[in-house]
Each structure stands twice: as structure tokens, then as C-alpha cells.
Design a protein around this ligand. Structure first.
Ligand SMILES: Cc1ncc(COP(=O)(O)O)c(C=O)c1O
Length: 446
């Protein structure tokens, strides 16, 4: 034991060892953005400077930061049961949390499979879709359909059905047999729309073209984000999701909603499926289930999907899939405390009530020079900036840097888009503060 201690004391705490994910490491290590503490709507830097959280971390701290009941639940759980095997054994809170999630999900989406992230949730849902058709004697249904500009995490399944070129181009041939729907965004027809754009429902009909090309008997599932978040806040056109559902039904194709961002209140409802009145066959979730406090993700499947697997000898697992940390006790404790907070503080309803105010505040930046489009839905806004001729994404990157260092606001960026997605506890005054700061930042980088 003495050796590691002596070693850690001797090693300087420099920034080199940590390979920071999805981050330009050289630039970051020259001017790091460090955070040491958080409470409610704010982060705090090592110098004690407050930074207003305009992004709910990475779209995950929906109940705000370091909420006392969640902290207490994690502490209590750590002292009582640190871990129980996830296979062949279980602990009671996993069943309790699954029941609570099933109760929030629409219709007969009543069976919950736990994992630890959105990426794992997506891979799990894709594997369940393939296996579902297989156990029902339709093993030829192997194709998976995603969408251009879709983000489904970073597993090989997720990047294969995803539609972000940077996430795909360096990683070989990906999964075979994947096709993509067109993205739903068109600035010419949709610019500066609050909520769901009128134009674009017909883009769902492209699924018929894909079915005609491959034949329905080869297609297992379609996966889309109801609102594409990570490529810049793209709300679905009115009627689009309904059309996708109808086409999937016509051809026996499973429809998966990736609700890793939209789940747990982001659009004013427990799930976007409820907002849009469209019931998918599976929902993936992560992030907001624990308000970001402990990693957790999962898949909610319709009862009929689960039932299809319940066959064969009873001593044999029905689905050969799972993770060592599926339904980890700390995550389940955090999840239960988080769901209590959402319910007791009516945070989903709060997001819904604040939506018009949030949209107006975002649109107040419409005439700021350099702003090309603003989109809003729920407590989410995307602001597209004009690129510098020689450097796509640099203006947004500088906006994020300035936001953090000069204005004390956390902004998320993707390409040349600023995304604002605060915790659902945000006040009207703080919404005003976020967009005032963002407006000053945009002016400074234009
Ligand atoms: C829609 C969607 N799916 C999947 C993921 C991946 O989640 P994770 O980073 O937890 O793997 C994300 C992350 O932002 C997401 O937005």
C-alpha cells in the first residue's frame, strides 16, 4: 500500500494524463475550464467564481445540481449496499425504479432494461430489436434505419445509425445493413420557428422509399430522436413522428425513440412520446433519470416485446445481454430520489409552463448580427451562428470560451450552434440572465 501513496504524492497534478473526451485537448490544456463545485443552477470554479448553468451539464442535471435529497439517497445507499450482482441476483430498488419509470412511460411501455449510459441504451435497444424479430421467426429482419444528423451515442451501434460525419468517418465500416432517413431541418422553410415547424412532415415518407429499396422483410427497426439535440436542437416537424409511426406499423418495423435528452422533462413531459402523442415500441433513456448524479441508462420496451422472449427452458436466460453495473444500487437510489423531486416539485409541468417565456427570451436574439437561426422547444434552444469563412465552428467555440471565462455562463456548442438547455428549476429571471449573457457573447465574437 505504501508504494502507490508515495507515488501519487510525488506526481505533480498536471493536465497531461487525462485524455479529455469530445474536447480539443491542446487548446483545453492551455486554458482549462475547471469546475470544482455545484449547487442548484450554478457551477463554481476553483477561484470560487459562479457560472450559471445554461446547459444542465450535458443535458442531464434536470433537477439542478447537488440537490439534497439525491445526495442523501446516494450517501445512504453507499453505506447500506454498495453492489449486488446484476445477473442472476437483484436488489429491491431496481424493481422499484423500473416500476416508477414504467408508470411514467406511455401506454404499454412497461418493461425496463437498465444499463449505464445513453450509448449503452441505444446499443441495447438495437440488439433487442434484432433479437425480437429473431425469436419470432423473422430472422431476416436485420436492417437498422437511423437518420442524418442523428446522435445516438458512441457505441458501434449508435454511430452506425447516427448521422454525424465526424463521429463516423474515422471508425471503419461500422455496422453493416444500416440506412438513413434524411434530416428534418431546412432553414429556408423553418428559420426562427418556436416549437415544431410546419414544414417537413413529408420527410418521414422517405421511409417508404427505403422499404421499397430493401423490402420490409429485411428491416428490424427505425431509431430517431424525437427532438434531435446534439446536432443543434431540431424539433420534429408537425406530423412527422405520426407519419413515421404509421409507416412502421404498415411494415412491421419497430420504432425506437431515443429519449436520452428528451426524457424526464426536457420538453415539458416525462417523455417526448407523450408530448407528441406517438407511442414508440421502445424508448431509450439516460441522463435525467438520476439528474446526472450517477451514471445510468436504460430501455423501456412494450410489454409484447418482453413477452416474445419469455419462452424456452426456464433455467436459461431469455436475452443474452446485460452489464456488470446494470441497475447499480447507487444509480437506483439516485434515480428514485430524482423521480421524487420531479414529482414533488412538478418540474415537468414547470418546464411546460416556462416554455413560452423561454422561447421569447431566446428569440430576443434574432436580430443580433451573426445569428442565422434560432429554434426552441421545451426548455431548449439552438442558435446558429454564421461561420468565419475559413474555420467552421470556431465562432461557436469562442462563444463557449467567452461565456465561461468572461460572462459566467455555461453554453453547449455543436458545430456552429449554441445550445441552451438549463435545469428545469431555472427561474424566469435566470432565463433572462442566460440570454443576456449569450447575447453579449455573440456580439463579442461577431
Ligand atoms: C439522443 C442521445 N442518445 C445517446 C446519447 C449518448 O449518451 P451517453 O453520452 O450517456 O452515452 C446522447 C448523449 O448526448 C444523446 O443525446
Amino acid at each position: 500500500m505504501a508504494e502507490p501513496n508515495r507515488r501519487s504524492a510525488a506526481v505533480p497534478n498536471d493536465l497531461e494524463a487525462f485524455w479529455v473526451p469530445f474536447t480539443p485537448n491542446r487548446a483545453f490544456k492551455r486554458a482549462p475550464r475547471l469546475i470544482v463545485r455545484a449547487k442548484d443552477m450554478h457551477y463554481y470554479t476553483p477561484e470560487g467564481r459562479a457560472v450559471l448553468d445554461g446547459t444542465a451539464g450535458l443535458w442531464c442535471t434536470n433537477a439542478g445540481h447537488n440537490r439534497d435529497p439525491i445526495v442523501a439517497a446516494i450517501q445512504h445507499q453507499a453505506a447500506e449496499l454498495d453492489y449486488a450482482p446484476a445477473f442472476q441476483f437483484a436488489h429491491p430498488k431496481s424493481f422499484e425504479l423500473a416500476s416508477r419509470i414504467a408508470a411514467l412511460a406511455p401506454a404499454d411501455l412497461d418493461r425496463v432494461f437498465f444499463c449505464n449510459s445513453g450509448s449503452e441504451a441505444v446499443d441495447t435497444a438495437l440488439k433487442i430489436a434484432l433479437a425480437y424479430h429473431n425469436v419470432r421467426g423473422q430472422a431476416s429482419r436485420t436492417r437498422l434505419i437511423g437518420r442524418e444528423r442523428g446522435y445516438h451515442g458512441v457505441g458501434f451501434g449508435g454511430i452506425s445509425v447516427g448521422g454525424i460525419v465526424g463521429n463516423r468517418k474515422h471508425f471503419g465500416t461500422l455496422l453493416a445493413g444500416v440506412d438513413h432517413l434524411p434530416a428534418t431541418y431546412n432553414r429556408e422553410h423553418q428559420a426562427f420557428t418556436k416549437g415544431e415547424p410546419e414544414w417537413g412532415a413529408h420527410l418521414a415518407d422517405d421511409l417508404e422509399r427505403i422499404v421499397a429499396l430493401h423490402d420490409a422483410s429485411t428491416i428490424a427497426a427505425v431509431i430517431v430522436e424525437p427532438m434531435a439535440g446534439s446536432t443543434g436542437v431540431l424539433p420534429p416537424p408537425k406530423g412527422y413522428l405520426e407519419r413515421l409511426r404509421a409507416i412502421c406499423d404498415r411494415h412491421g418495423i419497430l420504432l425506437i425513440f431515443d429519449e436520452v435528452i428528451t426524457g424526464f422533462g426536457r420538453l415539458g413531459y416525462a417523455f417526448a412520446a407523450e408530448r407528441y402523442g406517438v407511442t414508440p415500441d421502445m424508448i431509450t433513456f439516460a441522463k435525467g433519470i438520476t439528474s446526472g448524479a450517477v451514471p445510468m441508462g436504460g430501455v423501456i420496451a412494450r410489454e409484447g416485446i418482453y413477452d416474445a422472449f419469455m419462452r424456452g427452458p426456464e433455467h436459461v436466460a431469455e436475452l443474452f445481454h446485460g452489464y456488470t453495473y446494470s441497475a447499480h444500487p447507487l444509480a437506483c437510489a439516485a434515480g428514485l430520489a430524482t423521480l421524487d423531486l420531479y414529482r414533488d416539485e412538478k418540474l415537468f409541468e414547470r418546464a411546460k409552463a416556462l416554455e413560452p417565456h423561454f422561447a421569447d427570451a431566446a428569440m430576443s436574439l434574432k436580430s443580433v448580427p451573426g445569428v442565422l437561426d434560432i429554434r426552441t422547444v421545451g426548455l431548449t434552444a439552438g442558435i446558429d451562428l454564421a461561420s468565419r469563412p475559413d474555420a467552421f465552428g470556431k465562432r461557436a467555440y469562442e462563444a463557449m470560451e467567452r461565456g465561461f471565462h468572461d460572462e459566467g455562463v455555461m453554453i453547449r456548442i455543436t458545430g456552429e450552434t449554441l445550445a441552451l438547455t438549463p435545469p428545469l428549476i431555472v427561474s424566469e429571471a435566470q432565463i433572462g440572465e442566460i440570454f443576456e449573457k449569450v447575447g453579449r457573447v455573440i456580439k463579442a465574437v461577431t
